[in-house]
Design a protein around this ligand. Structure first.
Ligand SMILES: [Zn+2]
Length: 308
């Protein structure tokens, strides 16, 4: 394994495998991508941080699935942050946004260094995971109650509840870039039963899994987001004794999929009476919640949208 030839150390998914025990994993590193998404919005610090975690979690989980399309993670809950949305396409386009109540947030967060927990910020509710592979295909959706002090714990709860997958997840977000920008890191390790089962060496696999989980737990939040620690070097540091093998990385970038055409399609699905009401204004502005792009529709534009 050569660290020096790693051409890129940010905004990527680095898949890896620990051979003897059939363990698969992914290390996700987000630099300019997550900084751009979080900086597009003027979110208070804890909202930005937890949205950064949600984005990282979406990327980490999406890598575990075989799909062509868009993977979306969405929380809906009764806390100060009532909604978090993060999605990632198979091409590596990432985006996200949050909805929150400023007053309730202020009450939950006193503004000093200590970071509030998921129960304080998000409250009770659920997390939905959706895979959308386009029109005329089945949507896959998994839903789990929000249980845990962190988003990573909530995801692990999901695996225990609804999937036959054993997995460990670590997430870290912080303003640790050299320019003070946001950075995020995620690590997921999952157990993939070998074909034909574990057989007589089941105990070895069990030990291998436990050891790998212990090693994974030694990765510090600072290491996960350290701009000077390339992903492969971190993996080597953690798992070199276990025979870790790395694969080609997948690049990630901050890119929204909104367009005037898409917004028009949404407006077209509104009842005619709603469109009539909007037409009373000279110009109706629709703002994309993901990227804040504003699309303007004049009364005449809206008239042309209306179904004949
Ligand atoms: Zn957009």
């Amino acid at each position: 394994m050569s660290v020096e030839t790693d051409p890129r150390s940010d905004d990527l998914v680095q898949p890896f495998q620990i051979d003897p025990f059939a363990l698969r994993g992914r290390l996700v590193r987000l630099g300019p991508t997550v900084d751009r998404i979080l900086s597009q919005h003027d979110y208070p610090e804890p909202v930005a941080a937890i949205l950064g975690e949600a984005i990282t979690l979406a990327v980490v989980l999406a890598g575990a699935l075989k799909y062509e399309g868009v993977f979306t993670l969405q929380t809906k809950s009764d806390g100060p942050i009532r909604l978090l949305v993060a999605d990632v396409s198979t091409e590596g386009a990432v985006r996200g946004y949050a909805q929150y109540d400023s007053e309730r947030l202020e009450a939950a967060w006193d503004g000093n260094g200590s970071s509030p927990s998921v129960p304080d910020l998000i409250g009770s509710g659920y997390i939905a995971f959706t895979v959308d592979q386009g029109e005329h295909t089945d949507r896959y959706q998994g839903i789990v109650e929000i249980v845990g002090a962190t988003l990573a714990e909530c995801a692990q709860h999901y695996f225990r509840q609804s999937e036959q997958i054993q997995a460990g997840i670590k997430l870290s977000v912080g303003r640790t870039g050299h320019d003070g920008g946001w950075r995020a890191g995620g690590l997921m390790l999952q157990r993939v039963p070998p074909e034909g089962g574990y057989g007589v060496i089941a105990d070895d696999f069990e030990d291998g899994w436990r050891r790998a989980m212990v090693l994974m737990s030694t990765a510090t939040p600072a290491e996960l987001v350290d701009p000077d620690l390339p992903p492969r070097r971190l993996l080597f540091r953690l798992f070199h004794d276990e025979g870790v093998r790395v694969y080609y990385t997948h690049p990630l970038e901050a890119r929204c999929r909104c367009s005037r055409e898409r917004i028009a399609k949404i407006l077209r699905s509104f009842p005619a009476s709603d469109i009539e009401e909007m037409r009373e204004e000279k110009v109706t502005t629709v703002t994309c919640e993901f990227c804040n792009t504003r699309y303007e529709f004049t009364s005449d534009d809206l008239a042309r949208l209306a179904p004949a």
